[in-house]
Design a protein around this ligand. Structure first.
Ligand SMILES: Nc1ncnc2c1ncn2[C@@H]1O[C@H](COP(=O)(O)OP(=O)(O)OP(=O)(O)O)[C@@H](O)[C@H]1O
Length: 219
């Protein structure tokens, strides 16, 4: 009796011939990406080359001019705006260069609220655990307007991770952090991604981060 074992590497993110234009003088063609589930990727390149643009395309925040983006079995360009927003909310955690918080709420309330949408979850233990690992547990009752740049960056990271997304996108997540917090944050991002077999895509200029990942995409 023969036993046929087929290993299937499930591709989580796949792009093909992706192009985007802000204007006729400002257009981009991106290299194809094939990222198996659970893999990490660092996106590198000089300033203005289109790294943030690529990340926004992959997250469905910008519509591609041409080409395709497949996440799991879903082609992003086939989703309506509403379905795309719901898909992003369920599947993706995004750490933006400049995040927007709800200024009227405390750090902890911002986190609780992010957890509540889209699945109406309440999990104070998750908020506490993440805040402790990011070194912001002493700030949970503070207004977000009272945070330093580095503290805001760590809150952005907590907000992106609190729902345990399948894909984590991070745009320069360590830019405002000192060496100790830089290492803490990268380790946390890698651990969080590994714990839920999530993909992790990071844009960075930070030399400290480059040596911590093996998959690099240069634009
Ligand atoms: N909303 C926009 N409208 C028009 N042009 C834009 C817009 N956003 C970005 N650009 C331009 O597109 C180019 C790529 O921008 P992008 O932010 O993707 O680059 P980047 O590689 O991430 O740069 P950096 O490393 O400096 O953050 C830049 O020339 C930028 O000025």
């Amino acid at each position: 009796m023969y036993v046929l074992i087929i290993f299937v590497f499930k591709l989580m993110i796949k792009t093909s011939k992706l192009q985007f234009s802000y204007s006729s003088e400002n257009s981009f063609s991106f290299p194809d990406i094939s990222l198996p589930k659970g893999e990490h990727l660092l996106i590198l390149g000089s300033s203005g080359v289109g790294k943030t643009t690529l990340l926004h395309l992959l997250a469905g925040l910008l519509p591609a001019s041409s080409g395709s983006i497949t996440v799991g079995n879903t082609e992003l360009q086939n989703l309506s705006r509403k379905k795309l927003d719901a898909f992003r909310g369920r599947e993706m955690g995004i750490i933006f260069q400049n995040d927007y918080f709800i200024n009227a709420l405390s750090v902890g309330e911002n986190l609780e609220l992010r957890l509540y949408f889209p699945d109406k979850k309440k999990d104070s233990a998750r908020v506490k655990e993440l805040a402790e690992r990011l070194g912001i547990s002493n700030l949970l009752h503070k207004k977000v307007t009272a945070l330093s740049e580095g503290q805001r960056q760590r809150l952005s990271i907590a907000l992106a991770l609190v729902n345990k997304p399948n894909i984590i996108f991070a745009d320069e997540p360590t830019a405002s952090l000192d060496d100790e917090n830089c290492e803490k944050v990268v380790t946390l991002l890698k651990e969080e991604a590994s714990n839920s077999n999530a993909n992790l895509l990071i844009i960075t200029h930070d030399q400290r981060v480059k040596t911590m990942f093996k998959n690099h995409l240069y634009l």
